[in-house]
Design a protein around this ligand. Structure first.
Ligand code: DGY
Length: 330
């Protein structure tokens, strides 16, 4: 079935979508697929913006300058939970709806954060490389021992859906006391009552053996983890980041690792992604880097793409999105 030409809108798909979802959008609207991250596609992407009513995609910065090329734009449907790629003030001012994909990726990102905790503390990637590179010629010695995760105090910075899912894994699976900080008045879920306690930002840093960052990137959180914050962490603590790289001063983190104040870091996100070849974080002995795999499983990426497609089609059809980002507080 298709709809009358007048009701058809122009949609720009700026990140790969599964074929069936692309076809679903094509049933109702006229679609241009153009990936602005490819230099070849960028001119076509920009040309398509001129008539675009809706955009769907992720992983590309859409600031005021870029969006000013799209005078008819009504909705951006982001295939991500994070919305830091968009100029929120500009979207609000122009009345452009922004949708994102919270909820469907919570457990997968929490798995990733927990994998960072395990990998950094137990040196899993380094030790796996030890085997792969043919260096396992006799039993490993103390110099390659790791650090227990179970029973350690976990500090969670950002106690939203993802922070709580990480805390659940830690408290109920690994017998870890949890101390958390969140800028909002978040309630401790029943399952974590008695395991998780609220504290100030400074207290979390001072009390935790392992600190996990699960805050969104915003003007308030940019650069939050600076030299002072790392100095406040316990000597020998582990730091992991599964949210956004720009919340961390990477030079300050490197200094805290180099001085031996921090034991190790597990990082899924970086200020510049992909991580530049010359970044010391790529090969640092105390850093376990992942290539931003937070939500990267077949099931979750599929669920995100479906939700983003539903959001887009609804808004273009004049209905409320399933998961609109609330721009009213911006
Ligand atoms: C998001 O959706 O914002 C995550 O970073 C994806 O991994």
């Amino acid at each position: 079935m298709s709809i009358a030409p007048a009701a058809r809108k122009n949609v720009v798909v700026f990140r790969k979508l599964p074929d069936d979802l692309l076809e679903r959008i094509r049933t109702w609207h006229d679609v241009t697929v153009a990936d602005p991250r490819s230099a070849d596609d960028l001119p076509r992407f920009r040309e398509a913006l001129q008539d675009a009513d809706g955009l769907i995609g992720s992983s590309f910065k859409l600031g005021a300058e870029e969006l000013s090329r799209a005078p008819h734009l009504r909705v951006i449907s982001s295939i991500s939970v994070g919305v830091d790629n968009y100029d929120l003030g500009y979207l609000k001012q122009r009345g452009i709806a922004l949708c994102h994909t919270p909820g469907v990726l919570t457990e997968t990102i929490a798995d990733t954060v927990f994998a960072l905790i395990m990998a950094a503390s137990r040196r899993l990637v380094e030790l796996s490389d030890h085997v792969r590179n043919g260096r396992w010629t006799r039993n490993i010695g103390e110099d390659l021992f790791g650090w227990d995760v179970h029973g350690k105090t976990l500090g969670v910075l950002g106690f939203g859906r993802i922070g709580q899912a990480v805390a659940r894994r830690a408290a109920l699976g690994f017998d870890m006391p949890v101390v958390f900080h969140d800028p909002f008045d978040v309630q401790v879920p029943d399952r974590l009552a008695g395991y998780a306690v609220r504290a100030s930002f400074d207290e979390v840093l001072e009390r935790a053996d392992i600190v996990a960052l699960t805050l969104p990137l915003s003007d308030e959180t940019r650069g939050l983890m600076d030299a002072k914050a790392f100095a406040s962490m316990k000597p020998g603590a582990v730091f992991v980041n599964g949210s956004r790289g720009a919340i961390v001063h990477e030079d300050a983190l490197l200094a805290a690792l180099d001085s031996g104040h921090l034991r190790a870091a597990g990082l899924d996100v970086f200020t510049i992604e992909p991580l530049p070849q010359d970044s010391p974080l790529r090969t640092h002995a105390r850093v376990t880097p992942f290539p931003h795999i937070g939500s990267a499983t077949h099931e979750t990426r599929r669920a995100m793409a479906e939700l983003a497609t539903d959001n887009l089609l609804r808004v273009l059809d004049g209905e409320a999105a399933i998961s609109a980002f609330d721009l009213s507080k911006v």
